[in-house]
Design a protein around this ligand. Sequence first.
Ligand SMILES: *Cc1c(COP(=O)(O)O)cnc(C)c1O
Length: 376
Amino acid sequence: MTQERYIDIPGEVMDIYRSWRPTPLYRALKLEEELKTTAQIYYKYEGTSPAGSHKLNTAVPQAYYNKKAGIKRLTTETGAGQWGSALGIACQFFGLECKVYMVRVSYNQKPYRRSFMEAYGAQVISSPSQETEAGRRVLAEQPDTPGTLGTAISEAVEEAVQCPDTNYSLGSVLNHVLLHQSVVGQEAKAQMEKVGGLPDIVIGCHGGGSNFGGLIAPFVRDKFEGKAMRIIAVEPLSCPTLTNGEYRYDYCDTAGLTPLLKMYTLGHQFTPPGIHAGGLRYHGASPIISSLHNNRVIEAQAYPQTDVFQSAITFARSEGILPAPESAHAIHAAIVEALQARDAGEEKVILFGLSGHGHFDMSAYEDYLAKRLNNC
Ligand SMILES: *Cc1c(COP(=O)(O)O)cnc(C)c1O
């Protein structure tokens, strides 16, 4: 707990951040042209990190603090593979071992993600697995399950609890993760001030809330101080935690091993369909984001994956960056807002978070382009 407004980034973490931070803020001029919008669209791009997403921003300090505490090994879960990749790299930087429970549907959809993690020395297990009590229980009850982040968390936590030199590391949801990710928002705000001032609309995709929370952190303060601003979290229609969940106490994992958090939740037993934005398949949400949503400081929107992929393609063809399917949710909402601004003849300034690139998500693009994606 702290009352401080700023917490300094440790020097050793800063030395690593420096290899890809600050990340670029782009104005999406070609996309604006394509949409014929009166809005200005900016995006903060986190795909330039060695892991290809924002997740390394928290993986590095988490590995650093665990190393300092004498921990030898970290266990974790991963959905699409982004978090496992980031933690694998960070553990390598600090000489820690890393074991990753990867949600089965992604393990099968994304073999290159697996190799990526293994190249950095991580051990990768398909979840649910036979290695833990929690995994064996789910396998016995639902042998064909696509797996969930909730189950993978249970497995990683169970293993960490049993080994004294091992800690469990979570890549989203928790307060310290949002704190680490606030570097994204701090840079974005300084960059926006150089080019045009504060945005009217800030948009981020929402899985557990970390890239969104990090991006919006300094802007929420402006909103509290009276700046008119809409702040929008975007999630998949098939996993509508903020738009359709209940605000109550729930577990972070399926087996109920974690402490209870007050958050929007679809229930810790909820199994989302195996959509391609694996990083957004989470039943819960960050308590900070949940509270902001409950207090109407932020709003939430949910979109079907076919619309999201269509916007991803529009973005790739105009801006040249192939986005992660998760990030494409933010792109889609930004396009919707930009078209509304055009129709109303308004000069809105829109900022969205482009949390990662989609270079490991080619099977998703393949399915979309072959018209094999269902509209949920
Ligand atoms: C993991 C991930 C997300 C979702 O997680 P949050 O904690 O909600 O940010 C979004 N985008 C990318 C690229 C991811 O890897």
